[in-house]
Design a protein around this ligand. Structure first.
Ligand code: SAM
Length: 333
């Protein structure tokens, strides 16, 4: 007798234990397991030896990673899949391992989500809004990997390489990844970043690793209160910030950008943006819960929200471009 056809519990079970998968991935990243396997791969004993972890721990994590499809096991040797190799090997600019570590560390915040859902108020702290934060040195480069390919894509679309002696303002620039990518593409350009003093210090070190620090300046301060200046910049960047701000604050900041840009200058917003019908991007659809957890008025905003706010702030045209990453680019002139 064949089993009745119907839904299986697989997807629900996978989601129920999603935190386990995140923690297994975060642990592997922390202990350099993907680096240990890059190249020829290894068995569990070899991984334990190379990374200095217990044999029992190595086996548990290797099984877990194989289970979620990040490793393959052939003839007793574990190997990185192409995805693990591209995005989880430390030292590659696209490595998301630091982010996996940070997310594992924040899993304890998520146990408070049911309360935030009930009240509509945050139950954890948004570390990104803190001027001083012990985790900046981990957090800042971790986020950089997410922006790296998007900064390249935007540079191509805007023709940054051939734009001549242009200047841009990157508000909440974090690691300085946007400036690092754009300054590398254009040897005449100058990049200015506004962020907290501690973060700017980290950014200077990060940008220096690209050999372009001599054309990178920073302004220390809170972007809500710092004046962005008038008609000074050809481009402006607002990456992964709009989600932490309320609609009113985003409009106020967009007005400051409009004033700071030269006539014809372009503002570029990069963020997790929802379709107007609230059906995608899948990652952005979950990001609203993260904003509920840690902010009073942040959200994963819709494309229509950006269009409305940018028009209100004086931008005449808006182009919205999806990227292969979970982020969406918004170009406003
Ligand atoms: C999520 S990170 C984004 C970094 C970078 N823009 C990117 O896309 O990779 C947010 C950044 O905004 C900065 N930030 C948040 N609130 C700020 C504020 N009120 N004033 C200045 N910087 C702020 C944080 O220090 C952090 O570097």
């Amino acid at each position: 007798m064949s089993a009745p056809i119907g839904p299986t519990p697989d997807k629900v079970m996978q989601l129920i234990t999603g935190g386990w998968a995140a923690a297994i991935l975060g642990s592997a990243a922390k202990h350099g397991i993907f680096n240990a396997l890059e190249g020829g791969g290894d068995d569990a004993a070899g991984v334990a030896k190379k990374t200095g972890i217990s044999a029992r721990g190595a086996q548990a994590v290797l099984d877990g990673l194989t289970g979620v499809g990040l490793l393959t096991l052939v003839n007793g040797r574990y190997q990185n899949t192409p995805e693990a190799s591209a995005f989880l090997v430390k030292g590659k600019p696209t490595c998301l391992g630091g982010m996996a570590e940070v997310m594992t560390g924040s899993l304890t915040d998520w146990v408070t989500l049911p309360e935030a859902v009930k009240t509509g108020n945050p139950t954890a702290t948004n570390t990104a809004e803190m001027a001083d934060n012990d985790f900046w040195h981990v957090l800042v480069p971790a986020i950089a990997a997410l922006s790296f390919p998007v900064a390249h894509m935007a540079a191509q679309r805007l023709g940054i390489a051939k734009a001549g002696a242009v200047r841009w303002l990157d508000v909440g620039g974090g690691s300085g990844v946007w400036s690092a990518v754009w300054l590398s593409a254009n040897t005449q350009a100058k990049g200015v970043q506004l962020d907290w003093p501690v973060v700017n210090k980290i950014a200077k070190g990060f940008v220096a690793t690209f050999g372009v620090a001599d054309r990178f300046e920073t302004i220390d301060g809170d972007f809500h209160t710092v004046d962005f200046g008038a008609a000074q910049y050809d481009f402006a960047i607002y990456g992964h910030i709009a989600h932490q701000e309320t609609p009113a604050d985003n409009v106020a900041i967009f007005r400051k950008f409009r004033k700071a840009l030269k006539p014809g200058g372009t503002l570029l917003v990069n963020d997790f943006v929802l379709s107007d019908e609230r059906t995608g991007h899948p990652f952005a659809m979950m990001f609203g819960a993260q904003m509920l957890l840690v902010t009073k008025g942040g959200n994963a905003w819709r494309q229509a929200d950006y269009r409305t706010w940018l028009a209100e702030a004086g931008f005449a045209s808006v182009d919205i471009v999806l990227t292969p990453s979970p982020a969406t680019l918004v170009f406003a002139k």
